[in-house]
Design a protein around this ligand. Structure first.
Ligand SMILES: Cc1cc2nc3c(=O)[nH]c(=O)nc-3n(C[C@H](O)[C@H](O)[C@H](O)COP(=O)(O)OP(=O)(O)OC[C@H]3O[C@@H](n4cnc5c(N)ncnc54)[C@H](O)[C@@H]3O)c2cc1C
Length: 457
């Protein structure tokens, strides 16, 4: 039995930062990682996907080069080079996390699967570590649906597709939400035929209908086949490929492709963590139950990141770390409910989202104002030849506070932060209305949009 002041299980987006803070506070810390340092974001999530999205964008722009008066004779995607670039970028991040932990004085790194064997004891194989304070940052993995014979057919998840160094002739993407759509557009641009199958009545069903429609339109413009309201009933191997049976409005049809990507959601890595041995409570989907400051039901055990079901993003996991560190080390009672929903979808163009959707604002029944602008009317987008999408901002009529925005268009993932910061400042929209922004940018139209608010009917 080895004694520590604190144990951190998992090196996702909160564990390493928490270890550093604890060590800086003079504590003796153990960190346990069973696979790749840096977790999902660094190895099979944000970093590699956005690196691949960048390659796909380069291919797309090269094919469109004549729109800009530039001639490129033949555009060829070298997938081995695309993968090598992705590996270089992701590998650098992984090694940086690993090196920073292994060279951190006061921190001991254990490589292996950590499992609770008691409230204060975690085992890695035969070795047992004990601490009064434990952080669980074990993340999640792709959920696999119970489709008949899917287990007998080779398929990719967001992790295994990271090893692909060829262009799949026809990729069938099961799941038309955030992760699935990024891969769908990226592989179409690499040269695959791509079919997306989604059970919900529309793509990215949590977004407003106009956002969903616009995304579907630009994906279909790139010749991505989209099947919504379609349930996969069976998958079978067919020669070198796969055959997927779908049921839609009582009709059965079949799609034959060469490869499948399963992206229908994520599940937490809590099933093999021995949580029962520690008495840590989980909900019906396996997420660890936490309070507003991220304590579990067991004193001294805290849970951050995807495993607590309170976020699902890298920035929410990092914000979880900040909340735990503030409460545990800084006597600052930060809370999860202090944060404002914010995320992006990294299709091209991207979607930047903050706060409530329009449909959610409508459901609240509050008097609200709305302003919309087509990206076709944004001069910078016009100049860059990237005019797809639109921007939409919602304001509470009485308080004058912005309550939500969906920016689907060029740089929407960046521009949205102007609105996010205003929301954190609890400043009325009139502040943005009177701000002078730089021309020509996408952001310069935010003040203009604030001059053009109308009642939400
Ligand atoms: C394809 C894809 C794209 C994404 N893109 C974005 C994006 O653009 N922006 C964004 O904000 N988010 C994105 N996400 C989500 C983001 O990656 C995750 O929300 C984030 O990585 C969650 O981090 P985490 O701290 O919960 O833990 P993770 O990063 O999941 O890390 C958990 C770590 O714990 C380790 N572990 C698990 N169990 C044990 C155990 N028992 N013992 C020891 N170690 C263990 C794992 O090996 C892993 O290293 C994406 C996700 C995917 C799948």
């Amino acid at each position: 039995m080895r004694e520590y002041d604190a144990i951190v299980i998992g090196t996702g987006q909160s564990g390493p930062s928490m270890a550093r803070r604890l060590v800086a506070a003079g504590q003796k810390v153990a960190v346990i990682e069973r696979k790749f340092f840096g977790g999902t974001c660094v190895n099979s999530g944000c970093t590699p996907t956005k690196t691949l999205v960048a390659s796909a964008y380069a291919a797309h722009l090269a094919r469109r080069s004549s729109d800009f008066g530039v001639t490129i004779d033949a555009v060829k995607v070298d997938m081995k080079a695309v993968k090598a670039r992705k590996d270089t970028v992701a590998g650098a991040s992984r090694r940086s996390v690993e090196r920073s932990l292994k060279t951190l004085a006061g921190c001991t790194v254990y490589e292996g699967h950590g499992r609770f064997v008691g409230q204060k004891t975690v085992a890695i194989g035969d070795l047992e570590l004990r601490a009064d304070w434990i952080l669980i940052n074990v993340g999640g993995r792709a959920a696999i649906p119970p489709i008949p014979v899917l287990d007998q057919v080779p398929y990719f998840t967001n992790s295994s597709i990271m090893d692909v160094d060829f262009v799949p002739p026809h990729l069938i993407v099961l799941g038309g939400s955030y992760i699935g759509l990024e891969f769908a557009q990226m592989y179409r641009r690499f040269g695959s035929d791509v079919t997306v199958i989604e059970a919900a009545p529309r793509l990215i069903v949590r977004e407003d209908e106009d956002v969903s429609r616009s995304v579907t339109e630009f994906l279909m413009e790139e010749s991505i086949a989209v099947h919504v309201a379609s349930n996969v009933t069976e998958v079978e191997k067919r020669g070198n490929g796969v055959n997927v049976k779908i049921e839609s409005a009582g009709q059965i049809s079949q799609i034959t492709g060469t490869h499948i990507l399963v992206s229908i959601g994520r599940r937490p890595n809590t099933d093999d963590l021995g949580l029962d041995n520690a008495g840590v409570a989980v909900d019906s989907r396996g997420f660890i139950e936490v309070d507003d400051q991220l304590r579990t039901n067991v004193p001294g055990i805290w849970a951050t990141g995807d495993c607590n079901g309170r976020g699902g993003f890298t920035h929410t996991s990092y914000n979880d770390f900040e909340i735990v560190a503030a409460n545990v080390l800084d006597n600052d009672q930060r809370r999860v409910t202090d944060r404002i929903t914010a995320y992006a979808l990294y299709t091209d163009p991207p979607l930047g989202r903050v706060g409530m959707t329009e449909s959610k604002v409508r459901r609240t029944g509050r008097p609200a104002l709305i302003s919309t602008m087509a990206m076709e009317d944004v001069s910078r987008a016009y100049e860059k030849g990237e005019t797809r999408g639109f921007m939409k901002i919602l304001v509470d009529r009485d308080s004058k506070l912005i309550v939500g925005a969906s920016l689907l268009g060029l740089a929407g993932d960046e521009v949205v932060h102007s609105i996010l910061d205003l929301m954190y400042a609890r400043a009325p929209y009139t502040v943005l209305q009177r701000a002078m922004h730089i021309h020509p940018t996408v952001s310069e139209f935010l003040p203009t949009m604030m001059q053009d608010l109308r009642p939400l009917q």
